[in-house]
Design a protein around this ligand. Sequence first.
Ligand SMILES: [Zn+2]
Length: 408
Amino acid sequence: MGLGLNWEVIESRFDQKSGTVFLEIRETARLWASVRCPKDTNVATCYDHTEVLTWRHLNVFQHRCEIPCRLPRGKCKQCGHVFRVRPPWEGLSTHFTKEFEAFALLLMREMPMSRVAEIVGETDTRLWRMLFRQVDAAYAEADFSNVSCVGVDEMSLRKGHDYVSVFADLVRKRVLFATEGKDHQVWLQFVEALEKHNGHRGAITQASMDMSPAYQKGVQETCRNAQGVFDKFHVVMNVNKAVDQVRRAEVRLGGPGVWDALHKSQWLWRKNPENLTEKEAARLAGIDQKSLRTAKAYQMRLVLPDIYTSPTATVARHRFGVWCRWVRWVARKEPKNILRSMVKVAEMVEKHLAGILAHWKWGVTNAFMEGLNSVFSATKRKARGYRSTVHMITMLYFVAGKLRFPQF
Ligand SMILES: [Zn+2]
């Protein structure tokens, strides 16, 4: 445990009843040669001892191991300040040793918190408190000085409620900052955090995001050198949504065979054909697509990934233009304006074309925007049962912040 010469184990015993190994520790006389007053670093002497405190340590041969110790309290010779001597084995939380914290963090990387609690036999609350301290300490040391390409996306804590805006460094593929809400103000908070960690708002050249006006306003107000980029993932997501709106409108409208064909089929139309499971592919093949409006919308949607393979922005600009005209032309011929949600998407594409075409300039960096979604689900899995903003943000930094935990 690296006790050094200032501390010694005075007794080790095994308690049959609780199956616990106790390693009782106390300070040696040498300790006082190195203890200094935390206020003025003057020499201190022993004042008294605390009650017996215990720290949870790594198991010994599968047995729970605890360290009981009556901690000495020092008194400054100069200012009289009385303080608790910090033992070298103590982690960042007062209940665990450093080694135990390192082990628990290792488990937390692999599994949900509730499962870690089960395995190590500690309460969730204590483990969370430890994680808060570890993440806070590591985050305080994080360096954002090279950040130039950022992306922002929203994560919902509960289905459709309580949003958190998450900012990521698209080059180093890490989460930089997260905060409650999804209005333009979150950008102000972001640049504040950025600059607290040696970054600079003027250094931000790329800001990837969905097409929400709030985020765009936020970027314009805070990062003047940033070009807004609307990433492929969000463009395709908007088109997927529109296809589903067509599907629901068509189901409402009814007609021969429409219900059978479209009921609970939303997943079929969302994927590229090569990603369908065998079962899904069979169902899609069984649907008579000729007269379905949903199938028309789906055909439009299928063209998009293809446009994204265009070699240059100029080619892509031309093809997006053709796509928008095609959508309008088909929609005009359909009764009851049933393809209107597709037309809306076409309008959105035209309005945001510059930001969409920026994909060709910044293409590579955008891969992480899509990756964020799996980061979000991993975070939610690990924090199961603890969906408060602070729990989720802490877990998000832990899972995806690429933080360095200095003591290990
Ligand atoms: Zn002092």
